[in-house]
Design a protein around this ligand. Structure first.
Ligand code: FAD
Ligand code: NAD
Length: 466
């Protein structure tokens, strides 16, 4: 007779592992099933963490190479790519092992293998030798995440035609890299390889990059990346990718139907990700999917089968690790009889390029569409003393506040460390703060955060330093 659990979580990514820990903290007998062989999901293994490690190391390489412009002479700066990759791998190992430790500490039982439904109260786990264990459970949480999508008839070989996974482990710096899609992955990985010496071309089907982002920020972002040497080809839809001896040829067409080919030695296809429901046997227990083949849930993350829940990338909403984590905590608290919830109006999004881009809440375009009258406060890092002192002055902070009530409705930032600065605005928005509340909060000097205060002052046209 197999052991019986109160809750089984399928998937050990940021949604699943955080959920399992919270369930155990709340006193529920919990198991987590993970097929990858290590915990942490896409995020820790092949996503957020390795990409941020490479972004940081490539930025340091680029900075050191250019230090002489700032009066610091260094000798010849050389890249040791295998060592750089080892550093990235170390960061991944330390963190994934850390999650395993947290499971032990919180008494979450970890099953290594692929989970699927035998029935609504039984999860089958098959290990890498195909040995099956059946786990009985009262409730199940599906947290199986997402996988990269390719273009029709184009398969990833992870050598020449790569997804983000291949782009995180290239053996040498490409001479020329074509990035298909100017979204989060394309711009982060494009920045990494451009700084390490590749000629990077971003081919994007729309007339702007980072769709969904405040348009003023997206324009500024592209302008800065162009200055850094990344080439952009907007309104070019990729139709075909063909492998040739020297690499690949990418065939595109623009909106007038003009064709253009790009040759390169590596092509990164980063045109989005899709929910991963493969092999779960969802049909057997009748779980409904939505029009985008994501698991359909209600506000309490419950599927149409009442003891089965789903969270993270496998359901609707932004595909972000912190969104998955917050849903994991909320569903655990709901199951324990508390009232967990996620405020989807205050989920920040950060692109970890240099400079960083950070957004939260409504964009100008969304407010206009919804006929909401708003005021705009803006402050440039060019006038921020800390940014000036260290000569890192690109970008600005923009705060959008309700015209009548002054309540902060959104904020969009590009510039130094804005991925950290956005947290202040998140807290303010959670408390329903006005722009005046931020403007009247004392901010340390000299800090980048003073740009947030000045942008808030600027909502009522009373910024001091501009
Ligand atoms: P996942 O992290 O995908 O985890 C799901 C887990 O379930 C996987 O480990 C998988 O092996 C396992 N699994 C699947 N099926 C089964 C099964 N049948 N049985 C057992 N286990 C199974 N987000 C950010 O917020 N910030 C970032 O900086 C960021 N950078 C990214 C960079 C890249 C290159 C990529 C690809 C993504 C990035 N993301 C980032 C997105 C982030 O990784 C995801 O939003 C997040 O990992 C989703 O968490 P999840 O728990 O829903 O799913
Ligand atoms: P994305 O949705 O961010 O961008 C895809 C881009 O590809 C879009 O701009 C789209 O217009 C373009 N595109 C689609 N088809 C095309 C075609 N045929 N030709 C040319 N362009 C085409 O997707 P992504 O960059 O693959 O990232 C996937 C998800 O991973 C993101 O939604 C994000 O949530 C997550 N992610 C987050 C971070 C972060 O938080 N820093 C980093 C990486 C990934």
């Amino acid at each position: 007779m197999s052991e019986k659990f109160q809750v089984v979580v399928i998937g050990g990514g940021p949604g699943g592992y955080v959920c399992a820990i919270r369930l155990a903290q709340l006193g529920l007998k919990t198991a987590c099933v993970e097929s990858r062989g290590s915990l942490g999901g896409t995020c820790l293994n092949i996503g957020c963490i390795p990409s941020k490690s490479l972004l940081n190391l490539s930025e340091e390489f680029h900075k050191v190479k250019n230090l002489s412009n700032k009066g610091i002479e260094v000798g010849e700066v050389k890249l040791n790519l295998p060592k750089l990759m080892k550093n990235k791998d170390k960061a991944v190992t330390v963190l994934t092992k850390g999650v395993e430790f947290l499971f032990k500490k919180n008494k979450v039982t970890y099953f290594k293998g692929t989970g699927s439904f035998k029935s609504k109260n039984e999860v089958s786990v098959k290990d890498d030798k195909n040995k099956e264990t059946i786990i009985k459970t009262e409730k199940v949480i599906i947290a199986t995440g997402s996988v990269p999508v390719s273009l029709p008839d184009i398969k990833f070989d992870e050598e020449i035609i790569v997804s983000s996974t291949g782009a995180l482990s290239l053996k040498k710096v490409p001479r020329k890299m074509v990035v298909v899609g100017g979204g989060y992955i394309g711009l982060e990985m494009g920045s990494v390889w451009s700084r390490l010496g590749a000629e990077v071309h971003v081919v994007e089907s729309l007339d702007h990059i980072t769709p969904g982002m405040d348009r003023e920020i997206s324009k500024e972002f592209m302008k800065i990346l162009k200055k850094q040497g990344i080439n952009f080809h907007l309104e070019h839809k990729v139709e075909k990718v063909k492998r040739v001896d020297s690499g690949a040829i990418i065939s595109t067409s623009d909106k007038e139907g003009n064709k253009k080919d790009f040759e390169c030695d590596i092509v990164l296809i980063s045109v989005g990700r899709k929910a991963n429901t493969h092999g779960l046997n969802l049909e057997k227990i009748g779980i409904e999917l939505d029009e985008k083949k994501r698991i359909r849930t209600n506000k309490s993350f419950q599927t149409n089968v009442n003891n089965i829940y789903a969270i993270g990338d496998v359901i609707s909403g932004p595909m972000l690790a912190h969104k998955a984590e917050d849903e994991g905590i909320a569903v655990a608290e709901n199951i324990a009889g508390q009232s967990g919830h996620v405020n989807y109006d205050t989920i920040p999004g950060v692109v970890y390029t240099s400079p960083e881009v950070a957004t939260i809440g409504k964009t100008e375009e969304q407010l206009n569409e919804q006929n909401i009258k708003f005021k705009v406060g803006k402050f440039s890092f060019m006038a921020n003393s800390r940014a000036k002192a260290i000569d890192d002055v690109e970008g600005f902070v923009k705060i959008l506040a309700d015209e009548k009530t002054d309540k902060v409705l959104g904020a969009h930032l590009i510039g130094p460390h804005v991925g950290e600065l956005i947290a202040e605005i998140g807290v303010a928005m959670e408390f329903g703060a006005s722009s005046e509340d931020i403007a009247r909060t004392c901010h340390a000097h000299p800090t980048f955060s003073e740009a947030v205060k000045e942008a808030a002052l600027s909502v009522d046209k009373r910024a001091i330093h501009s």
